[in-house]
Ligand binder design. Structure first.
Ligand SMILES: CC(=O)SCCNC(=O)CCNC(=O)[C@H](O)C(C)(C)COP(=O)(O)OP(=O)(O)OC[C@H]1O[C@@H](n2cnc3c(N)ncnc32)[C@H](O)[C@@H]1OP(=O)(O)O
Ligand SMILES: O=CC(=O)O
Length: 540
């Protein structure tokens, strides 16, 4: 007997959510299915290419600019499309997940842009995926005001002209959405997030004088940028909006993409509105790709790698130079320090650190930068106001003085700092605490006064893997080994249990988080993304 034909489109294993029918309309789902049929096969090929390239890096321990695209880099005549008015002044951008409260707080924050995050600040429960879309629709329709039942506090949107412009970040190409199947297989999360958002909001946003704007995460090559460009062309034709309506800012947050910045802008030139220095994922990508490259590629403790490290400066300087040469905005990265409204000392430190970071970026030629918390908006604003004044950006600073060679981006051994035992302990602590929150559906949390999200947690677990595999010996003579990591993890679990008490400990996902951290930090078979095995354990 032949197997039953796969159902063309199905929502699987998902409890109905309130008002889901407003997001999961037949027409929107048909559009997502069409995106899937047209573009998932190429996405699959590109994921396979990623694996081939990583195998090549493991063999050669190096990277270079691509010879086959030299003509694109050498051709000075092309530029990206001019920025739309709503994206011309991007001096401060706030990032964050799309739950109802954060949506209102971010839109009201005074930042010029809000990166509405379906990626690293969001654990992809079906609820977060669907209701996040609903919250954005409600915000555009100005029907999002609400009272928080826990605090009794009421939230309301400011007048339209005072709200941040939304730039939505869909998931990266590697994640599937297990609750939405087309022709018997899950649809990539990237196409679900992009598809639903574009379908519901493109026309609505144009009516509001804005547009469908996107941040593209974890791109590893210009071919992946080409795929996005093709998705955009198809999507615009499908809805009958002009080509070039969509604007995309690409995160340069993988080491391979850093060698293809110009090519990425070129592929997306009719839709490109900038590049962003996604510094945390960038560090993760360096560790991941060069994890078995020996002592030369061993990074010190995560928190000791600052943006003034020569290889990080090479990366940001090249990004500004590339963007301005091509007429695109250069957007700075995230300082992970977050303020506390309860602790004046934490606040002071966060403000000082963030100010220094944003002053440096503004001075280097960036046109704007990111903050993780509304209280940091005025700090970053002051840094950029001081340099930009009334100008919306500083794209006229071409930075022709910048001359970054291929080797500069990988000059990791120029660092003085070394991994420390305290760094190992911190990586384990952050790893367990972050994964536990993620498994409960929280993608961004404050841990030890730092903002932690999927990218920062990826660095922590990858550093443990790298240090053990490189046989790092810490300053006190202890060697990084699986046994030592297990010992530290057991101590941390006991510490958390004591901190929380039995009842709260038992109601969390602590043991699972502990086990998962050790798996992704210790398994010989290094998981490409921590969120892949974590997704299997995400209960929704
Ligand atoms: C590496 C990268 O990819 S970076 C980009 C991805 N990461 C992110 O986007 C993280 C964004 N930041 C956050 O999610 C949050 O700031 C956290 C989770 C780190 C801390 O949040 P909280 O613990 O709520 O901080 P705190 O209690 O100080 O918040 C104070 C108020 O500011 C609001 N707030 C805090 N951060 C944000 C934000 N990013 N956007 C909107 N509102 C925010 C809170 O909702 C809270 O509002 P309320 O007073 O109305 O209740
Ligand atoms: O997404 C941004 C990063 O820093 O990682």
């Amino acid at each position: 007997m032949s197997a039953p034909a796969p159902s063309p489109l199905a929502i699987v294993e998902a409890e109905p959510l309130p008002r889901q029918e407003e997001v999961l309309t037949d027409a929107a789902l048909a559009f997502v299915a069409e995106l899937h049929r047209r573009f998932t096969p190429r996405r699959d090929e590109l994921l396979a290419r990623r694996a081939e390239r990583r195998a090549e890096i493991a063999r050669t321990s190096t990277l270079d600019f691509l010879p086959e695209t030299a003509h694109i880099r050498e051709d000075d005549s092309w530029k990206v499309a001019p920025a739309p008015a709503a994206l011309d002044d991007r001096r401060v951008e706030i990032t964050g997940p799309t739950d109802r409260k954060m949506t209102i707080n971010a839109l009201n924050s005074g930042a010029r842009v809000w990166l509405a995050d379906f990626e690293d600040a969001s654990a992809p429960t079906w609820e977060n995926v669907v209701l996040g879309q609903l919250n954005l629709i409600d915000a555009y329709e100005r029907r999002i005001d609400f009272t928080d039942p826990r605090s009794g506090k009421s939230y309301a949107l400011r007048p339209a002209e005072e709200l941040a412009t939304v730039v939505m970040r869909p998931r990266g190409w590697h994640l599937e959405e297990r609750h939405l199947h087309v022709d018997g297989r899950p649809v990539p999360g990237a196409l679900v997030d992009f598809g639903l958002y574009f379908f519901h909001n493109a026309l609505r946003l144009l009516d509001l004088g804005k547009g469908p704007y996107f941040y593209l995460p974890k791109t590893e090559s210009h071919l992946e940028a080409r795929l996005w460009n093709d998705v955009f062309v198809f999507a615009q034709d499908y809805l009958g909006v002009d080509r070039g309506t969509i604007r995309a800012t690409v995160l340069i947050e993988t080491i391979t993409a850093a060698y293809e910045m110009e090519e990425i802008l070129y592929e997306l030139r009719d839709h490109a509105s900038g590049l962003n220095a996604g510094r945390w994922d960038y560090l993760f990508s360096i560790v991941k790709n060069f994890r078995d490259g020996g002592a030369r590629f061993v990074l010190p403790d995560r928190n000791a790698v600052t943006m003034t490290a020569p290889f990080m400066r090479a990366y940001t300087e090249l990004l500004v130079r590339t963007c301005h040469k091509r007429g695109a905005h250069a957007i700075g990265g995230m300082a992970a320090f977050i303020p506390s409204r309860k602790d004046a000392e934490v606040n002071k430190v966060a403000f000082e650190k963030v100010k220094a970071d944003k002053d440096r970026e503004a001075g280097d030629g960036f046109d704007g930068s990111w903050v993780a918390h509304p209280d940091l908006v005025p700090i970053a604003m002051a840094s950029f106001d001081a340099v930009l004044g009334d100008r919306p950006h500083q794209k006229d600073r071409l930075r022709e003085d910048v001359d970054v060679k291929a080797a500069d981006l990988l000059a990791i051994d120029a660092l003085d700092a070394k991994p420390t035992y305290a760094g190992l302990v911190n990586a384990v602590q952050v790893g367990i605490r972050y994964i536990e929150a993620w498994l409960r559906g929280l993608g961004a949390v404050a841990i030890f006064n730092l903002m932690e999200d999927a990218a920062t947690a990826e660095i922590s677990r990858s550093q443990i893997w790298q240090w053990i595999n490189a046989g790092v010996v810490f300053e006190d003579g202890r060697r990084a080994t699986p046994e030592l990591a297990r010992e530290v993890a057991a101590a941390e679990l006991a510490e958390i249990r004591a901190e929380l008490g039995e009842e709260a400990f038992a109601s969390g996902r602590w043991q699972q988080a502990h086990d998962l951290l050790l798996k992704v930090a210790l398994d010989d078979d290094y998981a490409d993304f921590l969120t892949l095995p974590a997704y299997e354990q995400l209960v929704d």
